[in-house]
Design a protein around this ligand. Sequence first.
Ligand code: 5GP
Ligand code: ZN
Length: 113
Amino acid sequence: MADCIFCKIASGEINSKVVYEDEDTLAFLDLNPQAPTHVLIIPRRHIDRLSTAADSDAELLGKLQLAAVKIAKRLNVESGFRLVTNNGKAAGQAVDHIHYHLLAGRKMLWPPG
Ligand code: 5GP
Ligand code: ZN
């Protein structure tokens, strides 16, 4: 999608520090980390947010979550990590390309802010 930062990261037009990739998924370090480990996991294909995903995206959404487990193992944070998606502006979504934040390496508070 034109003018989508994460589509540009997925295509390589914008550089990122990639920690995992496969044919459907890309994961890279967040530019402004909120924890010692802060990875963004995106589908290469543009979807605005979880609430705009279709039933036909079910497999892709599952792959994103399973990619998170692989990344957590790779980065040695498997024993404790948080996986979150901000859906919509009111929830803090700033980039309109669905992404999961994988956060780890510090004590996580609940409820989140
Ligand atoms: P959101 O607020 O939409 O859930 O999360 C967007 C995330 O993308 C933020 O944590 C922000 O730091 C990160 N981000 C925004 N632009 C870039 C970028 O160009 N490169 C990387 N690596 N992260 C970005
Ligand atoms: Zn996009």
